[in-house]
Design a protein around this ligand. Sequence first.
Ligand SMILES: *Cc1c(COP(=O)(O)O)cnc(C)c1O
Length: 494
Amino acid sequence: MEYISTRDKSVKVSAATAIANGISNDGGLFVPDDFPKLNEKDFEILCNLSYIDKAEYILKLFLNDFTIDEIKYCVNGAYSGSFDDDKPAPLKAIGDNINILELWHGPTCAFKDLALQLLPFLLTTSAKKVSSGKKTVILVATSGDTGKAALEGFKDVKDTEIIVFYPSEGVSPMQKLQMDSQKGENVHVCAIKGNFDDAQSAVKKIFTDNAVKEKLKNNNMEFSSANSINWGRLAPQIIYYISAYCDLLKEKADLSKGFNVTVPTGNFGNILAAFYAKKMGVPINKLICASNSNNVLTDFIKTGIYDRNRKFYTTISPSMDILISSNLERMLFYLCGNDDNYVVSLQKQLSENGRFEIKSEVKERLQELFYGGFCDDTETLNTIKDTFDNYNYLCDTHTAVAVNVYGKYLKETGDNRPVVIASTASPYKFAKSVLSAVSDKTSDSEFETVRLLSTVTDTVIPKPIAELENAKVRFNTVVNKEDMYKAVFDSLGI
Ligand SMILES: *Cc1c(COP(=O)(O)O)cnc(C)c1O
């Protein structure tokens, strides 16, 4: 298997190059030129393996230039000891064919851990193969979840340094504390005066600045990205959909007509991984794409028109407040039959006019695979309450969007196949909103809110959140965005 660029399919690289480079030089994203197919025998074997062994089995199909020992090293480093009970993705049945795939049992209590615990190992192993011994420098601009998950993943990983910038006024107090108290010898955290877009554009500028790259090279270092367009973040996400299928088989769910998957979506990475699992042979029927009020994907699936020229909403499910879903490019490439020129023309329209419309046969294929729906903040809070009242299950604000949209799908279609709903964050990460949905009690203190939520709902506070209360703040620099270059050099000591 090789990897080709969505904007020029004559570009063919190995897995290690795709992961080390992150993005193709033509601006395209790397996709496998062919997807491995799993047959009945494969699933029989897979379903008897632990999560770590499943990960090894699946990754070796994708990482063509990794040795078995390298893959073992990567999956063990990522998944042993860093998730509750060593179960990274437990499936919980909550009622009539409804199953919640809990993806938040890792060190930062959000699903990004599943990929970002593994990526550092994939990246350093890849870098060794393609760029002989240089130190990898990861730059991240974050609005919250990604920064912390990347810090936890890269902390003390040999031959890497990680620098995270976040907008000083743009993250929640809990997210800020999570990052400012980060442990590790190779981690650097810096708040900037400005918003997320300021942080993001400055990081992009530094990342592509030739003088900076030269300076790094002279110090035997090079930049890489932990961004969700890296294939090394997507591949790990396929594993948990296969694991969920195995769990459904174990529960003897009626899978004669397959099952549906619902995903709370932002950048389209998580739901794309579910589609890839389907392509590999997991009997997924419909992919239900759930959005909040930033419903650009709902409209796209319904009309074939992608239009980001619209109001941007700041919602209580902030990790889905996105108007450009970067991983959609990979889906478009597949839907148009790997027509790279067509993808280039769509992306050009998107960057010039903020919109594009796909042709009818592509739209038909899209609608065959996906259902799109959305809900606003009020519906999200009501869904948290209803799910708690009806099923005694407490979900976070992002998961609630998925539960709500699944309800709309069920009502509209009557399709009651078993469903797997991806649960992307612990309710304790968004304690204030979640508490307000299930109780009148409130507190101004972040940790008092967490305790109230625990008492009111009789659920357990995850350890990483409880431990934060006494965590020592290590980072407290706030810089102007003009000074981010200097912050990078100071962090690296160059
Ligand atoms: C990142 C994130 C999402 C969105 O996932 P995508 O792969 O970008 O679609 C949803 N929920 C939570 C909690 C997240 O952190």
